[in-house]
Design a protein around this ligand. Structure first.
Ligand SMILES: [Zn+2]
Length: 301
């Protein structure tokens, strides 16, 4: 009983993909258990090409409010901010995760390049912080089975989100960002924000987001904490379960939303398969300030 609803609720997307004749279970997590009171705030450190790509006000707010958070760092960002990465990894409240190296549109890249992005970032993070991330967030929210498979083979679980705060949008006030996140939050929600100064008003919005979520009774946790039990469930999949992972890319409960929360209107959100590039979404998310990083592997070495 418990295990049935367990898987159904936990995973937005669970794929069973043949790899080299064998079959492996893949996970693209868009949210955690809906019947929990957990919400995970996540902060991306995409490389920007700017000198100043660390928003210490965001981190200060998280530390002041004692908010656990998962920080998805691009390898390039860590390389340029190694001391900061180490400082962040040393804070017990933060979980460090992988956000590719150059932050390319990974669906356009071949397997070899993707694997290099993932592994190089793992290595850079390990070197700077001593930690080996378990989670990977695809740049621009673009993911398909191939990418998730490669990530899985690299030992990484792919983490999406169900609430895009819209924080890179300079047209949104801090109040509006906060209100939208708090209103949209459900049990198991994973919220994407930025810690690289792409989020113009992230730091300003944070205290209100934290306060609002806590007032609604949510417990703020890292992605790892949220998925702790889910991980166990994944490995057990196959003996019974829901059958939900069989077949192709599908959505679990169909309740994950991919619009930036702050720009979403009141109309019912439209569901998009995660196999589709979320072009509209990433344009909205990364329209400002996110530099196009050198794409060729030899650029900037
Ligand atoms: Zn990013």
């Amino acid at each position: 009983m418990r295990s049935n609803s367990f898987l159904a609720i936990f995973f937005a997307v669970l794929l069973s993909v043949p790899v080299y004749g064998a079959s492996i279970d893949l996970l693209i997590v868009e949210h955690g258990p809906r019947d929990s009171n957990m919400v995970a705030l996540t902060f991306d450190a995409c490389p920007t090409g700017r000198d100043d790509e660390y928003d210490e006000r965001v981190i200060e707010a998280l530390i002041t409010e004692k908010v656990p958070a998962t920080l998805f760092m691009s390898g390039r960002w860590v390389e340029k901010n190694a001391g900061r990465a180490k400082f962040l990894a040393d804070q017990p409240q933060f979980e460090i995760a992988n956000h590719a190296f150059w932050h390319p549109h990974m669906l356009e890249k071949d397997d070899e390049r993707i694997v290099r992005e993932l592994r190089r970032t793992q290595a850079v993070i390990k070197k700077a912080t001593g930690r080996g991330p378990k989670y990977f967030r695809p740049p621009f929210g673009e993911v398909d089975e191939r990418l998730a498979t490669l990530a899985s083979q690299a030992g990484l679980v792919t983490i999406q989100y169900d609430i895009a705060s819209g924080d890179p949008d300079p047209g949104l006030s801090a109040k509006r960002i906060a209100r939208a996140v708090v209103e949209e939050a459900k049990g198991g929600s994973i919220v994407v924000l930025h810690m690289n100064r792409n989020g113009v008003r992230t730091a300003e919005a944070l205290p209100e987001i934290v306060k609002g979520l806590r007032e609604k009774g949510f417990d703020l946790v890292t992605v790892g904490e949220m998925l702790k039990t889910a991980d166990t469930g994944t490995r057990r999949r196959g003996d019974g379960g829901t059958g939900q992972g069989k077949g192709k890319t599908t959505r679990g409960q169909g309740d994950a939303e991919i619009k930036p929360a702050a720009t979403a209107s009141m109309e019912p959100s439209h569901l998009v398969s995660t196999s589709l590039p979320k072009d509209t979404l990433h344009n909205a998310l990364h329209s400002s300030g996110e530099a196009t990083m050198p794409d060729a592997q030899n650029a900037g070495k």
